[in-house]
Write a protein that binds this ligand. Sequence first.
Ligand code: CMP
Length: 144
Amino acid sequence: IHERTLILVKPDGVARGLTGEIIKRFEHRGYKPVAIKLLLPTKALLEQHYEEHKGKKFYDALVAFSESGPVVAMVWEGFGVIANARKMLGATDPAKAEPGTIRGDHAIATGRNVVHGSDSEKAAKREIDLWFRPEEVTRWTSAA
Ligand code: CMP
């Protein structure tokens, strides 16, 4: 039940004013935010975040775009959140994403796909540790 995942609203998502829309979807689904911040990520952070793509032909453009403006980094918690967040995001290529998903409703290009979500438990742990200091990730229980 304490499964957690890292969600990033990428520079295109922040610039287009989609941050609220993305937060809303996770809140309405019933997931719990345990950390949220806006930052200009350093190249070093992005190189670590995207290390599995190093050497691929889109890598340089991916890192350059990702450092082009602020991103909103968030940790969401709840049952099945890692796999369900991926479903809520839709396919990496927005042209293949189903309508009703974030990318299916808001994007058309892979290089401008608005949002990132961890793709496994291992990735989630690694990425949360990369983007947040332990004390930034809150432990709280709903009063509602
Ligand atoms: P993301 O989920 O952040 O993980 C890797 C990112 O690389 C992906 O979303 C896309 O934004 C970006 N990307 C750019 N080109 C490609 C590509 N050809 N295949 C996969 N990912 C790509």
